[in-house]
Design a protein around this ligand. Sequence first.
Ligand SMILES: N=C(N)NCCCC(=O)O
Ligand SMILES: [Zn+2]
Ligand SMILES: [Zn+2]
Length: 330
Amino acid sequence: MPKDLTRRGPVDATEVPRFAGPDTFARLPRLDEVGHADVAVVGVPFDSGVSYRPGARFGPAHIRQSSKLLRPYNPALDTEPFGAQQVADAGDIACNPFSIREAVRTIEERARALVDQGMRLLTLGGDHTIALPLLRVMAERHGPVAVLHFDAHLDTWDTYFGEPYTHGTPFRRAAEEGLLDPARCLHIGIRGPLYSRRDLLEDAELGFRVVRSDDFETEGTRGVVERMRDRLGTGPVYVSVDIDVLDPAYAPGTGTPEAGGLTSRELLTVLRGLAGLDVVGADIVEVAPAYDHAEITGIAAAHVGYELLSVLAAEVSGNAPKDSHGRFVP
Ligand SMILES: N=C(N)NCCCC(=O)O
Ligand SMILES: [Zn+2]
Ligand SMILES: [Zn+2]
C-alpha cells in the first residue's frame, strides 16, 4: 500500500534527540494534534483493583518513557506500524482511584467515545480490572469477541473480599455479561499455584482453553502460534497482555510476579503470529514501575505495544509473512 504522506509519525530521532521529548508513546503525535487516528494509544492509570503490590497506576507513563527508542520500520513483519496507519497518543483516562465501580464506568465511557470515532484502541494500564470496561465496548461494537489473554494468571476468579470488580476477576465478569465468544477464548502463559483444582474447571466452563507456560518448552513458539490461530479462527479478537506473563527476569516491575514465565522473545514472536487476524483492540496491563529496574519491564511492554501496532498495520498492508500454503510463518 503506498505511504500516505499526510500521516504524521513519530518525531524523527535524527532531528530531535530522543531524550528531548515528546513524552507520548513512541514520540507519536497527540490525538489533538492530528484530529483523527486509525489507532489511539490511551493510558488508564488505575490500580485500585489489585490484590498484592500496588503501583500499576504509574504504568502508562513508564511505558511511554520506555518507548522512546522504537524505530519506524519493523523488519519481522515488513511493516511500518506508524506509516501504514495513523497512530496517535490520546493521553490518559482519568478515573476515580477511590471507587472501582465509578472508574470502570468512566473507562467504558471514555473508551466508547474513542471507538465511536472509528479508532481502534491500544490501552496501556493500569491493572487488569480495566479489561472489563474495554471488553464491554468491544462487544457492543463487534458482538461477542474472542479474548486472547497473555498472563501467568487465569483472572477468571469470582470475587476478592466480596468485590466482583478486581484485577483477578475481569474475564469471569466478561463471560457472565456475554461479552466473549466461548468457542474462541484462550489464555497463554498460565502457570503457578492456584486456589483449587476447581479454578481450572470453572475457567474451562467459561469458554477458555489454556496454553501453559511449560507448553513453550515442548511445543515451541511455532506450535503455540498454530494452536493459537486454530482457536481464534476468523472472527474479532481482543488481545489482553498482562506483563506478568513474562518471567520476572524479563518483567520484574509488576504486582503479582510468578516464576517460570515466558521470555520476551517468545511473547513477541507469538504476537507476530496474529498477523492477518481480525484484531479489534488490545491492552497491556500490570506494569508497576516501582519494582522495575533499568526500564526492563517498561521496554518489554513498549515492544509488546510495537508488535501489536505492527499486527494492526500488517492487517492494513497485507504484509504478514506466509508460507506456500498461505499459513503464517513466525
Ligand atoms: N491480574 C493479575 N496480574 N493478577 C491476578 C492475581 C490475583 C490473585 O491475587 O490471586
Ligand atoms: Zn497476571
Ligand atoms: Zn492479569
